[in-house]
Design a protein around this ligand. Sequence first.
Ligand code: FMN
Length: 261
Amino acid sequence: MEFKKVVGTRRSVRWLKPWKPVEREKLQIMLEAANRATRSMNADYPRALVIQRDELPMEIRDALRNPTTSAELDLAPVYIFWYFDVEYPKGVQDRLKELVAQHALSASHGWSDAYVDDFLWPQVLSPIANEPMALMFMGAVETGIAICNAVNAAVDEGLGTCLHAFTATKEVKDAFGVPDTWIPVWLQLVGYPLEEPEAGGQRPRKPLSELFFEGHCNNPWKEDPEVTELLKKEGMIQQPGPFPYREQEVKMLSRMFGLPE
Ligand SMILES: Cc1cc2nc3c(=O)[nH]c(=O)nc-3n(C[C@H](O)[C@H](O)[C@H](O)COP(=O)(O)O)c2cc1C
């Protein structure tokens, strides 16, 4: 799928075919997309744990239920638990020097091994790594960037996916052998869409002019109508929800699983 269409077609898909497994190949593509995401310092922030729903004991599935996530756990055949490892600063000097050796970071922009070892690490990065708020902030942001690639890769593979809050209770942690240094971020549920992939239409979003600015924060970004039209043609901007039959679609799906209408 073209990039613009992937972005435009992505929805939080909560109706998944519980009976249809996801090919390992597609899961690998999602993980590779996450691993290829941009990241600061070329550090390894994200960790992912892939679990097949049917291999999970029911008491663990039940322990994962929370006020915003329940039926989805029964419908999704695959769970990807996303974490970041708080030990990500370890080895950052070497990771940066790999980039220097590769001329991705070059002397033209001030980079050298000595710059990394004698200035950047001790003066700039190490203090950040020792600041708990900064450590958590960066871990969460960087993992979010990686997850975003995995989400878009799933859409590109024809899958449906949605991110969910999850609590790493002790029983969940013990069952999965999650290391103490891994901080839970989001649970990504994955499967084949049971609802239409458009999931009732594109979600409401404010216009660019309310969110983005140019030159000064009192100068809203002005959309070029021709570009907006192009994005509609190429699928980044799609028909807004709800589709006329959306209510009926959700009703019928609910009935299928005996869920409240
Ligand atoms: C980081 C993140 C966490 C989310 N957590 C939940 C959740 O716990 N339960 C849920 O039903 N949806 C969750 N969502 C989905 C959002 O509610 C959804 O993105 C929102 O409805 C906007 O729709 P869209 O993703 O289809 O564009 C989450 C989305 C993100 C990005």
